[in-house]
Design a protein around this ligand. Structure first.
Ligand code: HEM
Length: 294
């Protein structure tokens, strides 16, 4: 049990630390310890203040980091706006009208630059913001390797290609993660982030009313949960209404996600695939991750 808990935590660190995406030769949690000792406090204080007004922000920041890392590594490419030579990743299909937190990262960058001019990269700020967001909402902490350089380019086509979709099968999910050097344990561990934050009705309408063109709901959806979701997302209602990933503890980064899957209450098809795909190796991982302590 202890080793799986360590493995799980390491997996979180691997993605949040960005290790498989770029060379980690020069990355070091103490990278700014002498040059910008206030860094951690500045990041933490700003996120804490913003979260008072906007409790969903820690979830949004963690997702922003994930969407950065899956496209050319954790290099802040997702933060680049359109220019004459840059097609911003923000307009890629998985990101448009969806990613949040850009202003918070800007606020942190301004405050950090004020304290330690032109020193700390936006990629490091986003990576640290993800870890602080985790701790602030009851999730794990980890030493964040630092010293990344910011990308000067973005890649919208790669964002469209690399980011997984909510209707993906388990095979497709595994291959999207494998393309980033991430294994099945990483997939199940990191999907655990769907224990807080929100998703739009448009991503679950098929599951609620016409799964795979059967005219029926997704059979892997708990019937009581199905009814609750149908109330929140009526058949001809707006696809832009948002529902909580975890109705039990919607603002906590806890292990409830795994429990939800066990009782067929995964919100996205891609979530429930981890537990409801017959004979999948991910079923035992869901059961184990539900039990671990971090
Ligand atoms: C495994 C494949 C994944 C798929 C298919 C997926 C898909 C999605 C979708 C469709 C949404 C809702 C977007 C919207 O309504 O605009 C969402 C939200 C979210 N995702 Fe994922 N995601 C995946 C993995 C991850 C990972 C690895 C993380 C972080 C480690 C993550 C963190 C989040 C969070 C926290 C939210 C809520 C954000 C908010 O409330 O602003 N997701 N995801």
């Amino acid at each position: 049990m202890k080793s799986i808990s360590l493995i799980a935590l390491c997996c979180v660190m691997v993605v949040f630390g960005g290790l498989p995406f770029t060379s980690n030769a020069q990355l070091d949690p103490l990278f700014y310890v002498k040059t910008c000792p206030q860094l951690h406090t500045i990041v933490q204080d700003i996120i804490r203040n913003v979260t008072r007004q906007d409790p969903r922000m820690p979830a949004s920041l963690i997702r922003l980091h994930f969407h950065d890392c899956f496209v050319q590594g954790c290099d802040a490419s997702v933060l680049l706006n359109n220019t004459a030579t840059i097609e911003s990743e923000q307009e890629a299909a998985p990101n448009i009208n969806s990613l949040r937190g850009f202003n918070v990262v800007n606020r942190i960058k301004l405050a950090v630059d004020n304290a330690c001019p032109n020193l700390v990269s936006c990629a490091d700020i986003l990576t640290l913001a993800a870890e602080k967001s985790s701790v602030m909402t009851g999730g794990p902490s980890w030493p964040v390797p630092l010293g990344r350089r910011d990308s000067l380019t973005a890649n919208r086509a790669l964002a469209n290609k690399s980011l997984p979709a909510p209707f993906f099968s388990l095979t497709q999910l595994k291959s999207a993660f494998a393309a980033q050097g991430l294994n099945t344990v990483d997939l199940v561990t990191l999907s655990g982030a769907h224990t807080f934050g929100k998703a739009r009705c448009r991503f679950i309408t098929d599951r609620l009313y016409n799964f795979n063109n059967t005219g029926q709901p997704d059979p892997t959806l708990n019937t009581a949960y199905l009814q609750q979701l149908q109330i929140q997302c009526p058949q001809n209602g707006s696809g832009d209404v948002r529902v909580a990933f975890d109705p039990i503890t919607p603002g906590r980064l806890d292990k409830q996600f795994y429990n939800n899957l066990q009782v067929k209450k995964g919100l996205l098809q891609s979530d429930q695939e981890l537990f409801s795909t017959p004979d999948a190796d991910t079923i035992s991982l869901v059961n184990t991750l539900h039990e671990i302590n971090y």
